[in-house]
Design a protein around this ligand. Structure first.
Ligand code: S3P
Length: 182
């Protein structure tokens, strides 16, 4: 099956990069990870970009990376969790391909974020310590803000709770195939 670009969106720690890599291997498409692209272009890590340029500066870099990625057909594009705050860039990704929303429950997300450790300023800068209780509260707060934006993105929502990376990739491919037949 021939797909246009697949842009993976979803909350932090929903597996966009790892599942993106599995999808890239299955479809033999290149993978572009927007966070990685931003870091390469800036020459410094995401927390340093937030510290120097604020979230506004980071979002501008994220939008530029999204437009660059959307220029090529048949890429898997792993977006950062906050891409939904870049409405124009997200609409551009949707116009140039299919948006897939990797959806997971907040408890799983909070546990993964704690396990990953620091490195995400939208979490780190809003908690006193990276404890499960504090992260859970922050995840809930952000999800309340962002859920309507993920819903409005018009992507294919795929529930991934309980699935490992290969199974998640299969679930996404099955949903895309079903969509193509309907
Ligand atoms: C962000 C998510 C991060 C990264 C940045 C901001 C967010 O990507 O883009 O720290 O606002 O949700 P991941 O979703 O890959 O963690």
């Amino acid at each position: 099956m021939d797909y246009p670009n697949l842009a993976l969106i979803g909350f932090m720690a929903s597996g966009k990069s790892t599942i993106g890599a599995a999808l890239a291997a299955r479809l033999e498409y290149p993978l572009i990870d927007l966070d990685q692209r931003i870091v390469e272009a800036a020459g410094c890590a995401i927390p340093s970009i937030f510290a120097a340029e604020g979230e506004v500066g980071f979002r501008a870099r994220e939008a530029a990376a999204a437009y660059e990625a959307a220029a090529e057909p048949r890429w898997i594009i792993a977006c950062g969790g906050g891409i939904v705050h870049n409405a124009a860039a997200l609409a551009h990704l949707a116009a140039r391909g299919r948006v897939v929303w990797l959806r997971l429950g907040e408890e799983v997300l909070a546990r993964r974020i704690v396990a990953d450790g620091p490195g995400r300023p939208v979490i780190d800068d809003h908690v006193e310590a990276l404890t499960l209780t504090a992260v859970r509260r922050r995840v809930r707060e952000l999800l309340d803000q962002r859920r309507p934006l993920y819903e409005a993105a018009g992507g294919l929502a795929v529930d991934l709770d309980g699935l490992d990376v290969p199974a998640a990739a299969e679930a996404i491919l099955a949903r895309l195939a079903a969509e193509a037949c309907s």
